[in-house]
Design a protein around this ligand. Structure first.
Ligand SMILES: Nc1ncnc2c1ncn2[C@@H]1O[C@H](COP(=O)(O)OP(=O)(O)O)[C@@H](O)[C@H]1O
Ligand SMILES: [Mg+2]
Length: 237
């Protein structure tokens, strides 16, 4: 495996239930995503997009197959990684459609929560959080509550929170679904900048054609497997 690989998946299978209630979601998926790459994950509702992200994010156990994150094999027919929660906290940043900021904490506290759980000192966590807020041009909102921010501002805070632990991988599940066109584009531009500047691999589930031109590749779930499409700029621009 190349040293530039951030995610590698081999023969991944995911079924839910068994016998009469068996649902085969992912049958035999194999792919590799490089550091610094932004990949759009597209498939119809119910095709297994969230399921795939949650397996890569060490949240949901596959049925069989192999997963590497960077140079570490984390799954081979069972979890190889001793502590999947720790991998999740240290390596992965999650961004969801809804921002899930904690309503009774201010913006800064929302961002410093996880680093502090990872035993980063309060001072260091705050310093890093303020840098991220400045980077996203919302430092003036640091002491505001989420309810006082717009949808786009909250989503920027959610991205800042996902970055607070310097993750190697960002998994985003429809991060722009709740945003209008201009804000959706500004969010994907930010994600792309982060991918390039910090060598972070990003998979973003999307139905949003507006953001495809900013992605490097399109990954689709077809017939329970994974296929890649190059981005056809004529089609999407
Ligand atoms: N915990 C679960 N138990 C049983 N079936 C599930 C579970 N989670 C998801 N599924 C099924 O797996 C399939 C893929 O779901 P999901 O990954 O949420 O799709 P998507 O995100 O592409 O809309 C669906 O048929 C869904 O009903
Ligand atoms: Mg989903």
């Amino acid at each position: 495996m190349s040293k530039h690989s951030a995610i590698k998946v081999q023969n991944l299978v995911k079924n839910f239930g068994k016998d009469d209630s068996l649902v085969q979601v992912i049958e035999n998926a194999s792919f590799e995503i490089q550091k610094g790459e932004v990949v759009a994950l597209i498939a119809p509702s119910g095709a297994g997009k969230t399921t795939l992200l949650m397996m890569i994010g060490c949240v949901l156990e596959p049925t069989s197959g192999e997963i590497w994150l960077g140079k570490n094999m984390v799954y081979q027919d069972k979890w190889i990684a001793k502590d999947t929660r720790r991998i999740r906290r240290e390596k992965i940043g999650f961004i969801f459609q809804a921002h899930y900021l904690i309503p009774f904490l201010n913006v800064l506290e929302n961002i410093t929560l996880l680093p502090q759980a990872n035993k980063v000192s309060e001072a260091d966590a705050k310093k890093k959080a303020m840098e991220l807020l400045e980077y996203f041009e919302i430092a003036d909102k640091a002491y505001n509550m989420s309810s006082q921010l717009s949808g786009g501002q909250n989503q920027r805070v959610a991205i800042a929170r996902a970055l607070a632990n310097n993750p190697e991988i960002i998994l985003a599940d429809e991060p722009t679904a709740a945003l209008d066109g201009e804000r959706a584009v500004s969010v994907i531009k930010m994600l792309k900048k982060i991918a390039r500047e910090q060598n972070v691999a990003i998979i973003t589930v999307t139905h949003d054609e507006r953001i495809l031109p900013y992605c490097d590749r399109i990954m689709k779930i077809e017939n329970r497997g994974i296929v890649f499409h190059e981005i056809d700029e004529d089609e999407v621009l």
